[in-house]
Write a protein that binds this ligand. Structure first.
Ligand code: DP6
Length: 324
């Protein structure tokens, strides 16, 4: 059976940075995110007995390195479904895959949902999140709807993501400013390895429980200003970790810094607005929906044109619009 899934990317408000088990992708700490409505991966999977090997096309290309990771994930799906059959996979992003836009999150979430269904399985959301996590950690957060928490867990079966609130819970806008188009210089998995010897890292981890609790309280009260301040300082902490790792990693480009300064300037003069940044140069700006147009106007005034506007989104879902 041919099956297609659409998965959103997600941006973390509390970041996943470091693994306690690399193979299983158990994170060193829990994390919190929101799914993004306009950063999507569509993936079609079909298991076909006439295939001798998996046939994988991503964004119109057959790339051996990317295909390898996809094939590993297909192996996981085949193991659960107890089938030997090879698959054809076609996957398409609606956004550029370069530098830090989390294509692995939406990519592995879409592959998990389309792949398991195509293999004849009908797994529950929790099981799908566990499986997606093994492909790419952040992918487990793209499975449930809206605002999501990844419970770190100590074992394969206890590390998965759950929905905290549906997309409609909070009228916020997430505007992504593209600040570079190179492929990532340091892979996320490498960055997470380097941080292990960082002397500041244990301090970060020891504060995590409190930080997650605090953020969830602000979300519960829809206290946008306290929420935003914590989100922004958490993003800066992630980059402080990267900057002080050995070897050091600088994910920012000059435009990244310009946008950070601009956001802080707009905040001090006009309305509450905050930024967060993953392991790449792009900046995600978060504001209340009512201020979205004004924010875009301010960005355009500064000649910042390359933006993707998002609202909170559903998680991964099936569609009948197949790619082949
Ligand atoms: C900085 O999920 O890409 O975006 O598990 O190695 O595939 P792997 O890592 P990945 O890491 C995302 C890291 C981050 C923070 C976050 O999304 O929480």
């Amino acid at each position: 059976m041919k099956t297609t899934a659409i998965a959103p990317s997600n941006i973390a408000f509390i970041k996943y940075w470091g693994k306690k088990d690399e193979e299983l992708r158990l994170p060193a700490n829990g994390s919190i995110s929101v799914n993004l409505s306009n950063l999507l991966t569509t993936t079609t999977v079909e298991f076909n007995k006439s295939l001798k090997t998996d046939d994988i096309t991503i964004n119109g290309k057959r790339d051996a390195k990317k295909a390898n990771r996809v094939m590993k994930h297909l192996e996981r799906i085949r193991a659960v479904a107890r089938i030997p059959t090879k698959a054809r996979v076609v996957s398409q992003n609606n956004f550029p895959t370069a530098g830090g836009l989390a294509s692995s999150a939406s990519g592995f979430a879409a592959l998990t949902i389309a792949g398991t269904k195509a293999a004849g399985l009908s797994l529950k959301e929790k099981e799908l999140s566990i499986l997606a996590r093994q492909g790419s950690g952040s992918a487990c957060r793209s499975v449930p709807d809206g605002f999501v928490e990844w419970l770190d867990g100590d074992t394969d079966k206890t590390s998965f993501a759950i929905s905290l609130y549906p997309p409609s819970y909070w009228d916020i806008a997430i505007v992504v400013v593209l600040a570079g188009n190179e492929e990532k210089s340091v892979l996320t998995s490498e960055g997470m390895r380097f941080v292990k010897s960082n002397p500041f890292y244990p301090v970060r981890l020891s504060n995590m429980g409190r930080k997650i609790k605090e953020l969830k309280q602000y979300m519960k009260k829809r206290d946008f200003e306290r929420f935003g301040m914590l989100v922004e300082s958490e993003a800066l902490e992630l980059h402080a970790m990267a900057l002080t790792s050995a070897p050091p990693i600088i994910y920012w480009q000059p435009l990244t810094m310009r946008v950070m300064k601009l956001v802080q300037g707009i905040r001090s003069r006009y309305f509450p607005v905050y930024f967060t940044i993953d392991s790449g140069p792009h900046v995600c700006i978060v504001c209340e929906k009512k201020n979205q147009n004004l924010l875009i106007q301010k960005l355009r005034q500064q000649n910042i044109q390359d933006i993707i506007i998002n609202k909170p989104s559903l998680g991964t879902r099936l569609t009948s619009n197949h790619l082949f």
